[in-house]
Design a protein around this ligand. Structure first.
Ligand SMILES: Nc1ncnc2c1ncn2[C@@H]1O[C@H](COP(=O)(O)OP(=O)(O)O)[C@@H](O)[C@H]1O
Ligand SMILES: [Mg+2]
Length: 343
């Protein structure tokens, strides 16, 4: 439905985006995730038509929005945009914010605003309030309702949940994902929060310094990151030097399968923490024995620093807290699944 082909953009001499390619299918949810300053907002603004690419093509439903020769202005693109901050007009009521840009008699507009508020689960008693008189989560839903009012085929969301606290953020994200799917509106969400990206999206694109490092289904990119930067950006990772031979990595934690090893030799391999089981040492066979050096308790989880016996290698791994874990004790380390090479 939306196609970005070789999109590049400079501000002055700074190359902010470099050869971006992306394909978004109807009704799908894409998350673009990357650190601050990596070009995420710029990319959304190019798609919305608030900025002009230096080169490349933007196609929506087989209609060119931008090619070197043609440019469709923002209000003719049928694209909704919920910006990062300052999304609402402070001098207009909630209802007037949502009605902004709607056409029809005042009765028709009132009915449409009513339906839109219902769609984003906003109570009608809020209609006459000023933006500053409703909560952060409600403000985000007003912004979403205003963008939905334009009946967009595509919704762009620029870190819309970042100002909300954790519980509300999860609930609002889930509700937003559901209502966009229900309305058949494809969405591109930009965020620097990896959990948000992984849980919201059907497709994730990791952006680093203006280029996509990797694009794919969230579970694929999480399990098979292309390099260390992507691996660490998407979650905790255990990185180990390994000698690769015949699709096996020989590491301080034992021999681990590496099905996609490109070549033998020395490489860094990655495991996700959920692949490790740490248990107080007993007679059972394990992949490795380690000593707990340090425990950082944070409630449900604790972060263990382990010295792997018979090596000088330490690893840090987040585990579900156990009272019988104490500094100095020996533990068994059991590994499930395979590792990936991340150089
Ligand atoms: N209008 C602009 N003029 C000059 N530089 C800009 C402009 N907009 C963004 N930039 C620069 O482009 C880079 C990427 O910015 P942005 O797209 O906002 O990143 P992100 O949203 O990933 O944090 C930053 O270095 C920023 O300073
Ligand atoms: Mg931004």
């Amino acid at each position: 439905m939306l196609l970005l082909e070789n999109i590049s953009k400079k501000f002055g001499t700074a190359q902010v985006l470099n050869n971006i390619n992306l394909s978004v299918t109807s009704g799908s949810r894409t998350a673009i995730v990357g650190p601050s300053g990596s070009g995420k907002t710029t990319l959304l603004r190019l798609i919305a038509g608030f900025e002009i690419p230096d080169s490349g093509r933007i196609i929506l439903h087989d209609r060119p929005l931008f090619t070197g020769g043609s440019f469709v202005p923002p209000h003719h693109r049928k694209i909704g945009f919920v910006p990062q901050e300052g999304a609402l007009f402070p001098h207009l009521s909630v209802a007037k914010n949502i009605a902004w840009g709607l056409k029809g008699t005042s009765k028709e507009i009132e009915q449409q605003v009513h339906a839109l508020m219902e769609r984003v689960a906003l109570d009608h008693s809020l209609a006459k309030r000023w933006p500053h008189e409703v909560s952060g989560g409600q403000q985000q839903r007003v912004a979403l309702a205003r963008a939905l009012a334009q009946k967009p085929a595509l919704m762009l969301l620029d870190e819309p949940f970042s100002a909300l606290d954790a519980g509300l953020r999860n609930a609002t994200r889930k509700a937003t994902a559901e209502l966009l799917t229900e309305a058949g509106v494809a969405a591109i969400l930009v965020t620097h929060d990896q959990n948000e990206a992984l849980s919201f999206a059907t497709q994730i694109a990791v952006i680093s310094q203006g280029s996509f490092a990797q694009t794919g289904r969230p579970i694929e990119v999480y399990s098979n990151p292309i390099n260390q930067e992507t691996a660490l950006f998407l979650g905790d990772a255990i990185l180990l030097p390994g000698q690769i031979r015949d699709a096996k990595a020989y590491t301080a934690l034992g021999d681990i399968d590496v099905p996609d090893a490109p070549a033998d030799g020395c490489h860094t391999v990655m495991l996700r923490p959920e692949q490790l089981r740490i248990e107080p040492c007993h007679a059972r066979q394990s992949d490795a024995v380690a000593t707990i050096m340090h425990i950082d308790f944070s409630g449900f989880f604790s972060t263990l620093t382990l010295l792997i016996n018979a090596s000088v290698q330490t690893i840090t791994v987040k585990v579900v807290t156990r009272a019988d874990f104490k500094p100095g004790i020996l533990v068994n380390v059991l590994i499930s699944g395979s590792a990936v090479i991340v150089n």
